[in-house]
Design a protein around this ligand. Structure first.
Ligand SMILES: Cc1cc2nc3c(=O)[nH]c(=O)nc-3n(C[C@H](O)[C@H](O)[C@H](O)COP(=O)(O)O)c2cc1C
Length: 337
Protein backbone atom coordinates (compact mmCIF):
# COMPACT_ATOMS: atom_id res chain seq x y z
CA UNK A 1 0.00 0.00 0.00
CA UNK A 2 1.33 3.42 -0.95
CA UNK A 3 1.84 5.78 2.03
CA UNK A 4 -1.19 8.02 2.47
CA UNK A 5 0.96 11.09 3.04
CA UNK A 6 2.58 10.82 -0.38
CA UNK A 7 2.06 13.98 -2.39
CA UNK A 8 0.27 12.77 -5.46
CA UNK A 9 1.48 15.24 -8.09
CA UNK A 10 5.24 15.61 -7.78
CA UNK A 11 7.24 17.08 -10.69
CA UNK A 12 8.91 14.42 -12.82
CA UNK A 13 12.36 14.91 -14.31
CA UNK A 14 12.93 13.73 -17.88
CA UNK A 15 16.51 14.61 -18.77
CA UNK A 16 16.87 18.34 -18.13
CA UNK A 17 13.09 18.89 -18.41
CA UNK A 18 10.85 19.15 -15.40
CA UNK A 19 7.38 17.82 -16.12
CA UNK A 20 5.19 19.77 -13.75
CA UNK A 21 2.46 18.83 -13.20
CA UNK A 22 3.13 15.20 -14.14
CA UNK A 23 0.04 15.02 -16.34
CA UNK A 24 0.43 14.30 -20.02
CA UNK A 25 -1.74 14.32 -23.10
CA UNK A 26 -1.65 10.88 -24.74
CA UNK A 27 -0.73 10.74 -28.43
CA UNK A 28 -3.85 10.12 -30.52
CA UNK A 29 -3.56 9.79 -34.28
CA UNK A 30 -5.87 12.17 -36.11
CA UNK A 31 -6.79 13.97 -32.88
CA UNK A 32 -3.80 15.48 -31.10
CA UNK A 33 -2.51 17.85 -33.76
CA UNK A 34 -0.57 21.01 -32.98
CA UNK A 35 -3.74 23.07 -32.43
CA UNK A 36 -5.14 20.66 -29.83
CA UNK A 37 -1.83 20.27 -28.03
CA UNK A 38 -1.49 24.04 -27.90
CA UNK A 39 -5.07 24.45 -26.67
CA UNK A 40 -4.39 22.04 -23.80
CA UNK A 41 -1.22 23.98 -22.96
CA UNK A 42 -3.06 27.33 -23.06
CA UNK A 43 -5.78 26.06 -20.71
CA UNK A 44 -3.10 24.63 -18.44
CA UNK A 45 -2.50 21.70 -16.13
CA UNK A 46 -0.73 19.60 -18.74
CA UNK A 47 2.99 19.02 -18.21
CA UNK A 48 3.86 17.09 -21.35
CA UNK A 49 2.39 16.69 -24.81
CA UNK A 50 3.28 14.29 -27.58
CA UNK A 51 2.75 14.11 -31.32
CA UNK A 52 0.84 11.20 -32.75
CA UNK A 53 2.82 8.26 -34.09
CA UNK A 54 5.18 8.89 -36.99
CA UNK A 55 6.62 6.09 -39.10
CA UNK A 56 10.41 5.89 -38.94
CA UNK A 57 10.80 4.57 -42.49
CA UNK A 58 9.58 7.42 -44.75
CA UNK A 59 11.56 9.92 -42.69
CA UNK A 60 14.72 8.52 -44.28
CA UNK A 61 13.68 9.75 -47.74
CA UNK A 62 13.40 13.35 -48.88
CA UNK A 63 9.80 13.07 -50.12
CA UNK A 64 8.69 11.07 -47.08
CA UNK A 65 10.26 13.53 -44.69
CA UNK A 66 8.44 16.42 -46.36
CA UNK A 67 5.09 14.62 -46.08
CA UNK A 68 5.71 13.60 -42.47
CA UNK A 69 6.62 17.12 -41.46
CA UNK A 70 3.39 18.37 -43.02
CA UNK A 71 1.38 16.15 -40.73
CA UNK A 72 3.53 16.46 -37.63
CA UNK A 73 3.72 20.18 -37.30
CA UNK A 74 5.21 20.51 -33.85
CA UNK A 75 6.32 23.97 -32.78
CA UNK A 76 8.75 25.31 -30.17
CA UNK A 77 5.97 26.77 -27.97
CA UNK A 78 4.83 23.23 -27.20
CA UNK A 79 8.04 22.44 -25.34
CA UNK A 80 8.49 20.16 -23.54
CA UNK A 81 7.00 17.86 -26.13
CA UNK A 82 7.78 14.42 -27.44
CA UNK A 83 7.75 13.25 -31.02
CA UNK A 84 6.54 9.67 -31.22
CA UNK A 85 8.17 7.24 -33.66
CA UNK A 86 7.30 3.70 -34.59
CA UNK A 87 9.31 1.03 -36.33
CA UNK A 88 11.13 -2.19 -35.58
CA UNK A 89 14.59 -1.78 -37.10
CA UNK A 90 17.02 -0.32 -34.53
CA UNK A 91 19.19 1.45 -37.11
CA UNK A 92 16.20 2.97 -38.92
CA UNK A 93 14.70 4.08 -35.61
CA UNK A 94 18.06 5.57 -34.59
CA UNK A 95 18.29 7.55 -37.83
CA UNK A 96 14.64 8.67 -37.50
CA UNK A 97 15.40 9.86 -33.96
CA UNK A 98 18.33 11.93 -35.23
CA UNK A 99 16.10 13.45 -37.92
CA UNK A 100 13.26 14.48 -35.60
CA UNK A 101 15.72 15.89 -33.08
CA UNK A 102 17.32 17.91 -35.88
CA UNK A 103 13.80 19.23 -36.54
CA UNK A 104 13.26 20.29 -32.93
CA UNK A 105 12.00 17.27 -30.95
CA UNK A 106 12.73 17.75 -27.25
CA UNK A 107 12.02 14.09 -26.45
CA UNK A 108 11.87 11.02 -28.69
CA UNK A 109 9.06 8.67 -27.71
CA UNK A 110 8.95 5.12 -29.04
CA UNK A 111 5.55 3.61 -29.78
CA UNK A 112 5.16 0.07 -28.44
CA UNK A 113 1.42 0.27 -28.01
CA UNK A 114 -0.08 0.49 -31.47
CA UNK A 115 -2.02 -2.67 -32.27
CA UNK A 116 -3.38 -1.85 -35.75
CA UNK A 117 -2.47 -4.61 -38.27
CA UNK A 118 -0.70 -2.19 -40.65
CA UNK A 119 1.87 -1.39 -37.92
CA UNK A 120 2.00 -4.75 -36.16
CA UNK A 121 2.52 -6.77 -39.38
CA UNK A 122 5.81 -4.98 -39.92
CA UNK A 123 6.94 -5.75 -36.36
CA UNK A 124 6.41 -2.20 -35.04
CA UNK A 125 4.19 -0.78 -32.30
CA UNK A 126 2.97 -3.33 -29.77
CA UNK A 127 4.47 -6.21 -31.81
CA UNK A 128 7.85 -5.26 -30.34
CA UNK A 129 6.56 -6.42 -26.97
CA UNK A 130 6.53 -10.02 -28.20
CA UNK A 131 10.28 -10.04 -27.73
CA UNK A 132 11.84 -8.01 -24.92
CA UNK A 133 15.35 -8.26 -26.44
CA UNK A 134 14.31 -6.78 -29.80
CA UNK A 135 12.28 -4.07 -28.08
CA UNK A 136 15.27 -3.18 -25.88
CA UNK A 137 17.58 -3.07 -28.90
CA UNK A 138 15.35 -0.42 -30.48
CA UNK A 139 15.44 1.70 -27.31
CA UNK A 140 19.20 1.32 -26.96
CA UNK A 141 19.81 2.36 -30.58
CA UNK A 142 17.66 5.47 -30.17
CA UNK A 143 19.28 6.42 -26.85
CA UNK A 144 22.74 6.16 -28.42
CA UNK A 145 21.67 8.17 -31.48
CA UNK A 146 20.45 11.35 -29.80
CA UNK A 147 21.32 13.59 -26.89
CA UNK A 148 17.71 14.27 -25.91
CA UNK A 149 15.72 11.92 -23.63
CA UNK A 150 14.16 8.79 -25.12
CA UNK A 151 10.87 7.60 -23.62
CA UNK A 152 8.64 4.62 -24.42
CA UNK A 153 4.88 4.10 -24.49
CA UNK A 154 3.87 0.47 -24.06
CA UNK A 155 0.85 -1.71 -23.54
CA UNK A 156 0.79 -4.36 -20.80
CA UNK A 157 1.96 -6.86 -23.38
CA UNK A 158 1.05 -8.19 -26.80
CA UNK A 159 -0.87 -11.39 -26.11
CA UNK A 160 -3.70 -11.47 -23.64
CA UNK A 161 -2.40 -12.21 -20.14
CA UNK A 162 1.32 -12.20 -21.04
CA UNK A 163 2.71 -9.17 -19.23
CA UNK A 164 5.92 -8.14 -20.99
CA UNK A 165 5.78 -4.51 -19.86
CA UNK A 166 7.43 -5.49 -16.55
CA UNK A 167 10.64 -7.17 -17.82
CA UNK A 168 10.79 -4.68 -20.67
CA UNK A 169 10.61 -1.66 -18.33
CA UNK A 170 13.62 -2.97 -16.37
CA UNK A 171 15.58 -3.54 -19.58
CA UNK A 172 14.59 -0.14 -20.98
CA UNK A 173 15.75 1.52 -17.78
CA UNK A 174 19.11 -0.28 -18.05
CA UNK A 175 19.74 0.98 -21.58
CA UNK A 176 18.89 4.58 -20.71
CA UNK A 177 15.18 5.20 -21.37
CA UNK A 178 14.01 8.16 -19.29
CA UNK A 179 10.27 7.54 -18.88
CA UNK A 180 7.79 4.77 -19.60
CA UNK A 181 4.06 5.26 -20.13
CA UNK A 182 1.98 2.14 -19.61
CA UNK A 183 -1.43 1.75 -21.25
CA UNK A 184 -2.73 -1.02 -19.02
CA UNK A 185 -4.37 -3.14 -21.71
CA UNK A 186 -2.92 -5.90 -23.86
CA UNK A 187 -2.56 -5.20 -27.58
CA UNK A 188 -4.92 -8.11 -28.22
CA UNK A 189 -7.65 -6.18 -26.38
CA UNK A 190 -7.59 -3.12 -28.62
CA UNK A 191 -9.82 -0.79 -26.61
CA UNK A 192 -12.14 -3.48 -25.25
CA UNK A 193 -12.54 -4.33 -21.58
CA UNK A 194 -11.11 -2.05 -18.97
CA UNK A 195 -7.53 -1.11 -18.22
CA UNK A 196 -5.97 -3.26 -15.48
CA UNK A 197 -4.09 -0.67 -13.44
CA UNK A 198 -2.37 -3.40 -11.45
CA UNK A 199 0.03 -3.78 -14.40
CA UNK A 200 1.09 -0.17 -13.85
CA UNK A 201 1.78 -0.99 -10.19
CA UNK A 202 3.87 -3.99 -11.23
CA UNK A 203 5.92 -1.90 -13.65
CA UNK A 204 6.47 0.82 -11.04
CA UNK A 205 7.62 -1.76 -8.49
CA UNK A 206 10.01 -3.34 -10.99
CA UNK A 207 11.97 -0.20 -11.82
CA UNK A 208 14.13 1.97 -9.61
CA UNK A 209 14.85 5.25 -11.39
CA UNK A 210 12.58 5.15 -14.43
CA UNK A 211 9.52 7.43 -14.05
CA UNK A 212 6.26 5.62 -14.84
CA UNK A 213 3.17 7.32 -16.27
CA UNK A 214 -0.04 5.33 -15.92
CA UNK A 215 -2.53 5.35 -18.79
CA UNK A 216 -5.95 3.91 -19.47
CA UNK A 217 -9.51 4.92 -18.63
CA UNK A 218 -8.78 8.05 -16.59
CA UNK A 219 -11.76 10.34 -17.12
CA UNK A 220 -11.74 12.72 -14.12
CA UNK A 221 -9.72 13.91 -11.13
CA UNK A 222 -11.00 11.09 -8.98
CA UNK A 223 -9.78 8.47 -11.46
CA UNK A 224 -6.36 10.15 -11.56
CA UNK A 225 -6.18 10.17 -7.78
CA UNK A 226 -7.08 6.48 -7.60
CA UNK A 227 -4.55 5.55 -10.27
CA UNK A 228 -1.77 7.44 -8.46
CA UNK A 229 -2.73 5.94 -5.11
CA UNK A 230 -3.27 2.37 -6.27
CA UNK A 231 -0.22 2.05 -8.51
CA UNK A 232 2.33 4.49 -7.09
CA UNK A 233 2.93 5.79 -10.63
CA UNK A 234 4.72 9.10 -11.06
CA UNK A 235 2.36 10.67 -13.55
CA UNK A 236 -0.89 10.18 -15.39
CA UNK A 237 -1.41 10.19 -19.16
CA UNK A 238 -4.86 11.00 -20.50
CA UNK A 239 -6.19 10.38 -23.98
CA UNK A 240 -9.84 10.07 -24.93
CA UNK A 241 -11.19 11.98 -21.94
CA UNK A 242 -9.36 15.11 -23.14
CA UNK A 243 -11.21 15.18 -26.46
CA UNK A 244 -13.88 17.87 -26.20
CA UNK A 245 -12.65 18.41 -22.63
CA UNK A 246 -9.20 20.03 -22.71
CA UNK A 247 -9.92 21.33 -19.18
CA UNK A 248 -9.34 17.85 -17.74
CA UNK A 249 -5.68 18.48 -16.91
CA UNK A 250 -6.47 21.71 -15.09
CA UNK A 251 -9.33 19.97 -13.31
CA UNK A 252 -7.09 17.14 -12.11
CA UNK A 253 -4.32 19.51 -11.09
CA UNK A 254 -6.74 21.80 -9.27
CA UNK A 255 -8.61 19.06 -7.43
CA UNK A 256 -5.50 17.11 -6.43
CA UNK A 257 -3.60 20.14 -5.20
CA UNK A 258 -6.40 22.14 -3.52
CA UNK A 259 -8.84 19.37 -2.58
CA UNK A 260 -11.67 21.56 -3.89
CA UNK A 261 -13.83 20.87 -6.96
CA UNK A 262 -12.87 22.54 -10.22
CA UNK A 263 -15.73 24.66 -11.59
CA UNK A 264 -16.92 22.99 -14.80
CA UNK A 265 -16.78 25.19 -17.92
CA UNK A 266 -20.13 26.72 -18.86
CA UNK A 267 -21.82 25.72 -22.11
CA UNK A 268 -20.84 29.13 -23.54
CA UNK A 269 -17.19 28.52 -22.63
CA UNK A 270 -17.36 25.12 -24.26
CA UNK A 271 -18.88 26.56 -27.43
CA UNK A 272 -16.23 29.31 -27.54
CA UNK A 273 -13.43 26.80 -27.01
CA UNK A 274 -14.86 24.52 -29.67
CA UNK A 275 -14.84 27.39 -32.16
CA UNK A 276 -11.37 28.48 -31.01
CA UNK A 277 -9.99 24.97 -31.59
CA UNK A 278 -11.42 24.99 -35.11
CA UNK A 279 -9.92 28.43 -35.79
CA UNK A 280 -6.52 27.46 -34.35
CA UNK A 281 -6.52 24.30 -36.45
CA UNK A 282 -7.14 26.26 -39.63
CA UNK A 283 -4.47 28.80 -38.71
CA UNK A 284 -1.82 26.19 -38.04
CA UNK A 285 -2.55 23.16 -40.21
CA UNK A 286 -0.81 22.54 -43.48
CA UNK A 287 -3.82 20.58 -44.74
CA UNK A 288 -6.42 22.04 -47.07
CA UNK A 289 -9.00 23.75 -44.85
CA UNK A 290 -11.98 21.59 -45.94
CA UNK A 291 -9.99 18.42 -45.15
CA UNK A 292 -8.91 19.83 -41.79
CA UNK A 293 -12.49 20.73 -40.85
CA UNK A 294 -13.77 17.32 -41.94
CA UNK A 295 -11.14 15.57 -39.79
CA UNK A 296 -12.06 17.74 -36.83
CA UNK A 297 -15.83 17.29 -36.91
CA UNK A 298 -15.94 14.24 -34.63
CA UNK A 299 -13.79 15.87 -32.01
CA UNK A 300 -15.72 19.15 -32.09
CA UNK A 301 -18.99 17.27 -31.57
CA UNK A 302 -17.68 16.12 -28.19
CA UNK A 303 -17.96 19.69 -26.88
CA UNK A 304 -21.72 19.66 -27.38
CA UNK A 305 -22.68 17.18 -24.63
CA UNK A 306 -25.14 18.91 -22.34
CA UNK A 307 -25.71 21.89 -24.62
CA UNK A 308 -29.36 22.84 -25.18
CA UNK A 309 -30.58 21.25 -28.42
CA UNK A 310 -27.24 19.44 -28.76
CA UNK A 311 -28.59 17.19 -31.53
CA UNK A 312 -29.21 20.13 -33.87
CA UNK A 313 -25.78 21.61 -33.05
CA UNK A 314 -24.07 18.27 -33.73
CA UNK A 315 -26.02 17.97 -36.97
CA UNK A 316 -24.56 21.29 -38.07
CA UNK A 317 -21.02 20.34 -37.03
CA UNK A 318 -21.01 16.96 -38.81
CA UNK A 319 -21.92 18.73 -42.08
CA UNK A 320 -19.50 21.64 -41.60
CA UNK A 321 -17.00 22.41 -44.37
CA UNK A 322 -15.73 25.73 -43.03
CA UNK A 323 -15.19 27.77 -39.88
CA UNK A 324 -18.31 29.77 -40.68
CA UNK A 325 -20.36 26.53 -40.71
CA UNK A 326 -19.04 25.65 -37.25
CA UNK A 327 -19.84 29.14 -36.00
CA UNK A 328 -23.35 28.91 -37.45
CA UNK A 329 -23.94 25.55 -35.77
CA UNK A 330 -22.82 26.90 -32.40
CA UNK A 331 -24.60 30.26 -32.79
CA UNK A 332 -27.57 29.48 -30.49
CA UNK A 333 -25.16 28.82 -27.59
CA UNK A 334 -22.58 31.47 -28.50
CA UNK A 335 -25.23 34.19 -28.61
CA UNK A 336 -27.13 33.05 -25.48
CA UNK A 337 -26.80 35.25 -22.39
C1 LIG B 1 -8.09 7.83 -31.86
C2 LIG B 1 -6.91 7.32 -31.09
C3 LIG B 1 -5.65 7.39 -31.65
C4 LIG B 1 -4.53 6.92 -30.96
N1 LIG B 1 -3.28 7.08 -31.49
C5 LIG B 1 -2.18 6.74 -30.76
C6 LIG B 1 -0.86 7.04 -31.23
O1 LIG B 1 -0.66 7.66 -32.28
N2 LIG B 1 0.18 6.63 -30.45
C7 LIG B 1 0.00 5.98 -29.25
O2 LIG B 1 0.98 5.64 -28.59
N3 LIG B 1 -1.23 5.70 -28.79
C8 LIG B 1 -2.31 6.09 -29.50
N4 LIG B 1 -3.56 5.89 -28.98
C9 LIG B 1 -3.71 5.30 -27.63
C10 LIG B 1 -3.77 6.43 -26.57
O3 LIG B 1 -2.56 7.15 -26.55
C11 LIG B 1 -4.04 5.86 -25.16
O4 LIG B 1 -3.02 4.97 -24.84
C12 LIG B 1 -5.38 5.15 -25.08
O5 LIG B 1 -6.41 5.91 -25.68
C13 LIG B 1 -5.75 4.82 -23.62
O6 LIG B 1 -5.83 6.00 -22.86
P1 LIG B 1 -7.25 6.70 -22.51
O7 LIG B 1 -8.10 5.67 -21.82
O8 LIG B 1 -6.88 7.84 -21.61
O9 LIG B 1 -7.85 7.14 -23.80
C14 LIG B 1 -4.68 6.32 -29.67
C15 LIG B 1 -5.96 6.24 -29.12
C16 LIG B 1 -7.07 6.73 -29.80
C17 LIG B 1 -8.43 6.65 -29.17
Amino acid sequence: MIAETRTLLNPVQIGDMTIDPPLSLAPMAGQTNHAFRRLCREIGGVGLVCTELLSSVPLQFKGGLKTSLQYFDWRPEERPFAVQLFGSDPSVMAEASRIVVDHGAAIVDINMGCWVPKVVKKGGGAALLRDVCSATAVVEACVKAVDVPVTVKVRAGFDDGVITAVPFAKAAQDVGAQMIAVHARFASQGFTGSADWDVIRQVKEAVTTLPVFGNGDVTCADDARRMLEQTGCDGVMIGRAALGNPWIFKQIHHELTTGTPFPAPTVQERAQTCLYQARLTLETTRMASVKAIRELRGQLCKYTAGMPDATTIRDGIVRAESLEDIERALAPVLSAE
